[in-house]
Design a protein around this ligand. Structure first.
Ligand code: SF4
Ligand code: SF4
Ligand code: SF4
Length: 850
C-alpha cells in the first residue's frame, strides 16, 4: 500500500493541478464560449471551423461581436501583461465572414407535446426558446413590441448594431419552429393567468424597459424631459425624436448615457450634446472606455463632478435651463453610494432637452407591481413551480449573461416538465454559468513561447470619420480585415499550464496532465496501472521546478516503485532491471572493492563511486594523490566501493539497505570524518545515510585545497570553449555548480553557458535508471539535452552524464580529465565510452593499493 503522504500528495495534485483548467476568457464568459479554441482556429486560417465552435454556445455571434460587454476580455491573461486580446472583434470577424444561416444546426428532439410560453423576445427569452425547442418542446413567445431583440433593438443604437443583423440572427427561433406573437402585451392584451393555464410552463424574460427620472426634482415631468429608455426606443424605431431638439443634455455616466449622447448628435434638430455626471473625471465613469472615446471624437461635451439642483422651464412648460451643483464626494465612509454636494457652487446651463440615463427597471405589472420571487439558482418561482425567470427581470445586466440565464431557466423547465428535481446534481459551471478558472501562471512562470512582445499591439477595427458618421446612423465600427484578424489572433497566448508536460519527456507518453494521471491512479489503484509509467520517470524533478505549484511528482513514482518491488519479493518486477541488479552485486562485491585508511587517521576518505573508476582508473589515482599531497598522507584514505544508489532508485529498498551497509561498515571501521565524493548520486546518498560530513571534490578544492598547483591556467591557450552540463540529482546543491565553474576558471578554460543549467538543469537520460527499461526514451532525452548545447565540447561532473553526452554526439569530458590532464585542444577530441568496464575498477583498485 502506498504511504498516506503519497496518496495525499496525489490528491493534492488532482485538486490543484491546472493542467486541464480552462482559460480565463472561457470561464469569464457566462455562456462558457471557448474563445481560446476559436481564436486558435482563426489564427490557423480556419474560419469555417471557428464559427462552428462559436455557434456551439452562441446563436447571436454577430450581435455579440458588436455589443457584448466582453467579460472575457476583462479576464484575458494577456491583459495583465499587455493589452487584452480583442476577443469580441475576432468573434465579429469570424461571424461576419463565415457564419452561414444555411449551415445552422436545426436539429431537435422529437416533439414532447409540452408547451411553454415565453414573455419577451430579447436575448434571454430567445436563448431559452432555443434550448426548449431543441429538447422537443413547443414554444410560443409573447412580445409586446413589433420586432425581435428586446432591449438589444430598443436600447442599443443602430450605429452600434445594424437592425438587419438582429433580424437575421433571431430568425433561428422561427426556423426551429418557435412561434412568436408580436404586439401582444401580457397583462394587457392577454392575462398572465391565461398563459399559466394554457401552457405547461411560463418563462418570464422581460427586459428593463422602464426608464428612471430623478423624481425629487421639481419639473421632472416637464416637456423636453425624457428617460433614456423612451428616447432610445423612439430613435431606434424612427431615427428621430419628436421631443428631443436643440441643446440636449444627458445625465448619467454609463454606456446608456453615451448611447443617448451619441444618438442625440445624429438627430436633425439637435445642436449640442452634453453629458453631465457626478464622477470626477472620464476615467471614473462606468461607461466603457471605447464608448467614451467615441463620444468625445464625435463632439459630445462632458461636464464632470456636477449633479442637477434645479430644472427650470419656460412659459410653454418646456425645460429651458438647469442649475447644476458641484459634487464633492460620491461615497460615504462605509463605501456606499451617497453623493455629497456643495449647494453654493452652482452653474446654469441653457438646454432644450434633458435625458435621464440614471437607471432603468422592469415592468412588474404582471406581478401586481411586486418583485418576482424565485430561486436564484434554478430561476424557478418560489410559490408557483410552473413559472421561471431569466434576463433583466432575473439578475443579469449584460446580454450574454441574460442568454446564460435563459439557458439555465430553460434547463430547469426541461427538468420540471420531466417531473425531475429542477436543481439537484446540476453544476452551473458546466451549464455556462460564470466560474473562476484555476489557471493562473505568475509572470515568472510565463513560457517563452508566450509572445508578449509589446510591439504587437491590440488591433482595432477601422471607424467611420467622426464628422461624417454623426450625420447618419450607419454602423461606426468596421469589421476587422482578414489580415488584422490573423494578426490579432496571433496575439492570443493560448493560455494553458502544462509547463511540466512541456518539459517532461515521459509523462506526455501516458497522460494529458498530472491531474489526469494521478486521478487515474487514485481511481484504479497504482497496482492496476502500467508499471512502466513509474519506471519511466527519470527522477529529474524538472517537473517540480517548472510547476507554478511546485508539485512533487517524482516522489509519487519513487514510492510506487518501492511498492511494486515489495509485491514482487523485494526485487524489481521489470526484466530490464535484471542486468542492473547483477552489475550492482558485482560493483558492491569485495572483488572490486578496497578500503585504505589514512596512515594515522582518516580525516578524509575519498569514495570515487562506480562510473569514474570504471572509465578513468588513472584519474582516481591522481585525485587520491592530490588529496594526500594537500591534506597530508596520514589523514587521507580511500574506499573503492559502490554506494548502491542504482539499487535504491529502482525501488529495491531491502537490497539497497544490505548493499549500502557494506560501504557504511567500511566508513565506520576506518572512522572517517569527512567523505569526499566524485559523483552527485554518491554525494546525496552519503549525505542522507552516512552520518558523516560529505563534500564533493570540487567544493573541497574551492574551499580548502585548491586545484593541483601545476594545473593553474593550464588551459589558457586551449582553442576549446566548453559548455557545462550540471547533474540533475544535485540541482539544488548550488555549491557544486559554483565550484565546477571556479575550477574551470582556475584551470584557465573558456566556458559558455548553455540553456537549462544549475537548478534548472535537464536530465542526461540516465536518471531513474531509465535506459534499462526504455532505451528509446532514454536516447530521446539524451538528444534533447544535447540540443541545449551551444558548443561541441561539454564538461560533466558525473561519469554517467559524461557517457550520455558522448552518446548524444558531443565531445564529452569529465572535469577530472581537465583537472589532471594537460592542456586540452580540439584535436584531442575522441570517443572514450569503449573504455568503460569492470576491468577498470580492478585497475583503479590496483593503482590505489600500490
Ligand atoms: S490570451 Fe487568449 S487564451 Fe489567454 S485569456 Fe486571453 S484570449 Fe484567452
Ligand atoms: S521527475 Fe523528471 S521524468 Fe519524472 S515526471 Fe518529473 S520531469 Fe518527468
Ligand atoms: S506545471 Fe504541470 S503539475 Fe504543475 S500545475 Fe501545471 S500542469 Fe499541473
Amino acid at each position: 500500500m502506498l504511504k498516506k503522504e503519497i496518496v495525499e500528495n496525489m490528491k493534492h495534485i488532482v485538486d490543484n493541478c491546472m493542467g486541464d483548467s480552462k482559460s480565463a476568457c472561457t470561464t469569464a464568459c457566462p455562456m462558457n464560449t471557448d474563445a481560446k479554441k476559436y481564436i486558435a482556429l482563426m489564427g490557423d486560417n480556419r474560419g469555417e471551423e471557428a464559427i462552428k465552435v462559436i455557434r456551439e454556445e452562441l446563436f447571436i455571434p454577430r450581435i455579440l461581436g458588436r455589443v457584448c460587454a466582453h467579460p472575457c476580455e476583462s479576464a484575458c491573461r494577456r491583459g495583465e501583461e499587455d493589452e487584452a486580446i480583442s476577443i469580441a472583434g475576432l468573434k465579429r470577424y469570424i461571424a461576419d465572414n463565415y457564419d452561414n444561416p444555411d449551415m445552422w444546426d436545426l436539429s431537435k428532439k422529437d416533439s414532447t407535446g409540452k408547451k411553454v410560453a415565453i414573455i419577451g423576445f430579447g436575448p434571454a427569452g430567445a436563448q431559452g426558446a432555443i434550448t426548449l425547442l431543441k429538447e422537443g418542446h413547443e414554444v410560443t413567445i409573447f412580445e409586446k413590441n413589433s420586432f425581435s431583440g428586446g432591449m438589444l433593438r430598443y436600447g442599443i443604437p443602430e450605429y452600434r448594431l445594424p437592425r438587419d443583423i438582429i433580424e437575421s440572427e433571431f430568425s433561428l427561433i422561427n426556423r426551429l419552429g418557435g412561434k412568436v406573437k408580436f404586439n401582444i402585451e401580457v397583462g394587457k392584451d392577454i392575462c398572465f393567468e391565461t398563459l399559466e393555464k394554457e401552457y405547461d410552463a411560463v418563462l418570464v424574460s422581460i427586459g428593463k424597459q422602464i426608464g428612471r427620472k430623478d423624481r425629487t426634482l421639481d419639473n421632472h415631468d416637464a416637456k423636453g424631459i425624457l428617460t433614456a429608455v423612451e428616447f432610445l426606443k423612439e430613435v431606434s424605431l424612427t431615427r428621430e425624436s419628436k421631443e428631443a431638439k436643440g441643446n440636449i443634455l444627458t445625465v448619467g455616466g454609463g454606456d446608456v448615457a453615451m448611447d443617448c449622447a451619441r444618438s442625440a448628435l445624429r438627430l436633425k434638430n439637435s445642436k449640442n450634446s452634453y453629458v453631465l455626471f457626478l464622477e470626477k473625471n472620464l476615467e471614473s465613469l462606468t461607461a466603457s472606455k471605447h464608448e467614451v472615446e467615441s463620444a468625445m471624437a464625435e463632439g459630445v461635451k462632458f461636464i464632470p463632478s456636477f449633479g442637477i439642483k434645479e430644472i427650470l422651464i419656460n412659459e410653454e412648460g418646456r425645460v429651458n435651463e438647469i442649475i447644476i451643483k458641484k459634487c464633492e464626494s460620491l461615497f460615504n465612509e462605509n463605501g456606499e453610494f451617497s453623493p455629497k454636494f456643495n449647494e453654493e457652487e452652482i452653474e446654469k446651463i441653457d438646454i432644450d432637452t434633458l435625458i435621464f440615463a440614471i437607471g432603468q427597471g422592469v415592468d412588474l405589472t404582471i406581478n401586481s407591481g411586486e418583485r418576482f420571487q424565485f430561486n436564484k439558482e434554478s430561476l424557478q418561482n418560489e410559490k408557483n413551480p410552473k413559472i421561471f425567470y431569466a434576463g433583466d427581470c432575473a439578475s443579469s445586466n449584460i446580454v450574454v449573461q441574460a442568454m446564460a440565464e435563459g439557458r439555465r431557466a430553460a434547463k430547469s423547465i426541461i427538468r420540471f416538465l420531466n417531473n425531475e428535481d429542477v436543481w439537484m446534481g446540476r453544476d452551473i459551471t458546466l451549464e455556462g454559468g460564470k466560474s473562476e478558472t484555476k489557471l493562473y501562471l505568475p509572470t515568472e512562470y510565463l513560457p517563452e513561447s508566450w509572445n508578449l512582445d509589446s510591439k504587437i499591439k491590440r488591433r482595432k477595427g477601422e471607424e467611420l470619420d467622426p464628422k461624417e458618421r454623426i450625420k447618419t446612423f450607419l454602423e461606426v465600427e468596421k469589421t476587422f480585415t482578414h489580415k488584422i484578424a490573423l494578426e490579432e489572433a496571433s496575439r492570443c497566448l493560448q493560455c494553458e499550464c502544462k509547463l511540466c508536460m512541456k518539459e517532461c519527456m515521459m509523462m506526455p507518453e501516458y497522460t494529458s496532465c498530472p491531474k489526469e494521471l494521478f486521478k487515474e491512479y487514485l481511481e484504479k489503484g497504482y497496482e492496476n496501472m502500467d508499471m512502466n509509467i513509474a519506471y519511466s520517470c527519470n527522477e529529474c524533478k524538472q517537473c517540480t521546478i517548472k510547476c507554478p505549484n511546485s508539485f512533487e511528482i517524482r516522489e509519487n513514482f519513487m514510492e510506487m516503485r518501492k511498492e511494486y518491488v515489495k509485491a514482487n519479493g523485494d526485487i524489481s518486477p521489470l526484466d530490464g532491471h535484471t542486468g542492473l541488479d547483477d552489475g550492482q552485486e558485482l560493483e558492491c562485491s569485495k572483488k572490486y572493492s578496497v578500503t585504505i585508511p589514512g596512515k594515522k587517521q582518516t580525516k578524509y576518505v575519498l569514495i570515487p563511486g562506480c562510473t569514474v573508476p570504471a572509465s578513468f582508473p588513472e584519474l582516481v589515482e591522481e585525485t587520491y594523490e592530490h588529496m594526500k599531497k594537500t591534506l597530508g598522507e596520514d589523514n587521507v584514505g580511500i574506499i573503492l566501493q559502490c554506494c548502491a544508489k542504482p539499487t535504491e532508485i529502482i525501488g529495491e529498498t531491502k537490497l539497497f539497505e544490505e548493499r549500502y551497509s557494506r560501504v557504511q561498515k567500511e566508513i565506520d571501521e576506518i572512522e572517517a570524518d569527512v567523505i569526499v565524493t566524485l559523483c552527485p548520486s554518491c554525494y546525496l546518498t552519503y549525505e542522507k545515510y552516512s552520518g558523516r560530513k560529505v563534500i564533493s571534490y570540487w567544493d573541497l578544492m574551492k574551499e580548502e585545497i585548491g586545484i593541483p598547483k601545476d594545473k593553474k591556467d593550464i588551459g589558457k591557450d586551449s582553442d576549446v570553449i566548453f559548455n557545462i552540463h550540471d547533474s540533475c540529482p544535485t540541482r539544488y546543491v548550488t555549491s557544486h555548480h559554483d565550484s565546477i565553474r571556479w575550477v574551470l576558471s582556475q584551470l584557465g578554460y573558456k566556458v559558455e553557458e548553455m540553456a537549462n543549467i544549475r537548478e534548472n538543469t535537464r536530465c542526461c537520460g540516465v536518471g531513474g535508471m531509465l535506459g534499462c527499461i526504455n532505451a528509446d526514451l532514454y536516447k530521446r532525452i539524451v538528444d534533447r539535452r544535447v540540443s541545449d548545447a551551444t558548443q561541441d565540447h561539454i564538461i560533466s561532473y558525473c561519469g554517467s552524464c559524461r557517457g550520455s553526452m558522448e552518446l548524444g554526439g558531443l565531445d564529452s569530458l569529465h572535469i577530472l580529465q581537465l583537472i589532471h590532464g594537460s592542456c586540452y585542444y580540439k584535436k584531442d577530441a575522441k570517443k572514450r565510452s569503449d573504455n568503460y568496464g569492470l576491468h577498470n575498477r580492478l585497475e583503479a583498485k590496483r593503482r590505489v593499493s600500490k
